[in-house]
Design a protein around this ligand. Structure first.
Ligand code: UT7
Length: 333
C-alpha cells in the first residue's frame, strides 16, 4: 500500500476580541461601505495586548488533536510569518505547551501560502517515515505588524489559528492528500514584505525604525497575481489528482479578498457558490486562513464525507500552492 498523508483532525481558534469596520472608521479615514464592497470583510478578530501567535497556535493545535481523538503527534509544523520572536522558531514552544515533549518542531514561512507549504512538508515527513502523525498549524497575528495609520492593511488583516492532524495512511483512503502543487516567484518579493529587521537591513548598521517593521503590500498588483497564480495552481492540482474541475464539490481558497474569489471562480468557469468563504467574519488571517475556512465549512455542513475538495493558496514570496483530497469523516473542534 503506497503511503500518503491522511487528514485525521481539524481545529480552529479565533481570539475573542473583534474589530468591526465601524471601529476602524472611528480611528481611520475609511468606512464600512468601502471595506465591504472592496474586500467582503465586515469584521476581524485581534489578539489582546501581550498575546502572541503561539497562544493561538496552542489553542488550535489542541483542538485538532481532540478532533482526531489523539493526545500525541510525532511532529509539529507551524506555518507563520509572525513568530513570537525572530529567533528561535515558535513551533518548539507550541509543541512543549501541548505536552509533545521531544518531538520534531519547526516553522515554515510562506506567508498566506504557509498552510499549504506546511501540509506538503508534513506529507514529506510521513512519506519518509520520519513521523507517523504530524500536527500542522497555521497561525498568524498580523494585527501586531500593521502600521496603525495604514487604512488598507488594517481593513484587510485579522488574527487567528487553524490546525489539522495528518497521519500516515493509504493513498486511496478518504482524507489522503493528493495532487499537490507548489510554486514561487521571488523576483516579485517586494509586493508583500516587511522591509527591515532582517539581515539585509541589520548589516547596514542603520538602526531599525518603526516603518521598517511594518507590513507593506502593493494591493492592486498582488490582486492580479493572486487570481492568475491560483487559477494555474488549481488547474495543475486537479490534473495531478486526475479530476475534472466539474468533479470538485468544494474549493477552499485562501481568504484574501471576496473579489479575488469571485474572479478566480469566473476564470475557472466554476460557480462562485462552490467556493468556501468566511472572509466577512475573519478577514485575511494569512497562514490560518485555509484551516479556518475548512472548519467553518464543516461547522456549517457544507463539507460532507466523500466530497472532492481542492485547497488553494497564494501569498508573499510570492508563493502559491494547491492540494486535493476526498473529505473524510471528521468533526471540527
Ligand atoms: O493574502 C495575501 C495576498 N493578498 C492579497 O491577495 C490582497 C490583494 N489585494 C487586495 O485585496 C486589494 O488590492 C486591497 C483590498 C488591498 C485594496 O483594494 P483596491 O481596490 O485594490 O484599492 P487600491 O489599493 O487600488 O486603492 C483604491 C483607492 C485609493 O484611493 P485613490 O488613490 O483612488 O484616491 C485608496 O487610497 O481606495 C483607497 N483606499 C481606501 N479607501 C477607504 C484604500 N484603502 C481604503 C480604505 N478605506 N480602507
Amino acid at each position: 500500500m503506497a503511503q500518503a498523508a491522511v487528514l485525521a483532525g481539524l481545529g480552529a481558534w479565533l481570539p475573542p476580541d473583534v474589530v468591526t469596520n465601524d471601529d476602524l472608521a472611528a480611528v481611520l479615514d475609511t468606512d464600512d461601505e468601502w471595506i465591504r464592497t472592496r474586500t467582503g470583510i465586515r469584521q476581524r478578530h485581534v489578539v489582546a495586548p501581550g498575546e502572541a501567535t503561539s497562544d493561538l497556535a496552542v489553542e488550535a493545535g489542541a483542538r485538532a488533536l481532540k478532533s482526531a481523538g489523539q493526545e500525541h503527534a510525532d511532529a509539529v509544523v507551524l506555518a507563520t510569518s509572525t513568530p513570537d520572536r525572530p529567533c528561535p522558531a515558535t513551533a518548539p514552544d507550541v509543541a512543549a505547551r501541548l505536552g509533545l515533549q521531544g518531538v520534531a518542531a519547526f516553522d515554515v514561512g510562506a506567508v498566506c501560502t504557509g498552510f499549504i507549504y506546511a501540509l506538503a512538508t508534513a506529507a514529506g515527513l510521513l512519506a519518509t517515515d520520519a513521523a507517523g502523525s504530524v500536527l500542522v498549524i497555521g497561525a498568524d497575528t498580523f494585527s501586531t505588524i500593521l502600521d496603525p495609520k495604514d487604512r488598507t492593511t488594517r481593513a484587510v488583516f485579522g488574527d487567528g489559528a487553524g490546525a489539522v492532524l495528518l497521519r500516515s495512511g493509504g493513498k486511496d483512503e478518504t482524507g489522503a492528500l493528493r495532487g499537490l502543487t507548489l510554486g514561487s516567484n521571488g523576483s516579485r518579493s517586494e509586493l508583500i514584505e516587511i522591509p527591515g529587521g532582517g539581515s539585509r537591513q541589520r548589516s547596514t548598521g542603520r538602526p531599525v525604525t518603526d516603518a521598517d517593521l511594518y507590513f507593506a503590500m502593493q494591493g492592486r498588483a498582488v490582486f492580479a497575481e493572486a487570481v492568475q497564480r491560483m487559477e494555474g495552481s488549481v488547474r495543475h492540482s486537479a490534473e495531478r489528482a486526475g479530476w475534472q474541475l466539474a468533479d470538485i464539490d468544494r474549493f477552499v481558497p485562501h481568504q484574501a479578498n471576496a473579489r479575488i474569489i469571485t474572479a478566480l471562480a469566473a476564470r475557472l468557469g466554476v460557480p462562485v457558490e462552490a467556493f468556501a468563504s468566511n472572509i466577512d467574519r475573519v478577514g485575511n488571517t494569512v497562514a490560518a486562513s485555509i484551516p479556518l475556512a475548512l472548519a467553518d465549512e464543516v461547522t456549517h455542513n457544507r463539507l460532507r464525507v466523500g466530497d472532492q475538495v481542492l485547497l488553494t493558496g497564494f501569498g508573499g514570496g510570492l508563493t502559491w500552492g494547491s492540494i486535493a483530497l476526498t473529505w473524510p469523516d471528521l468533526t471540527a473542534a
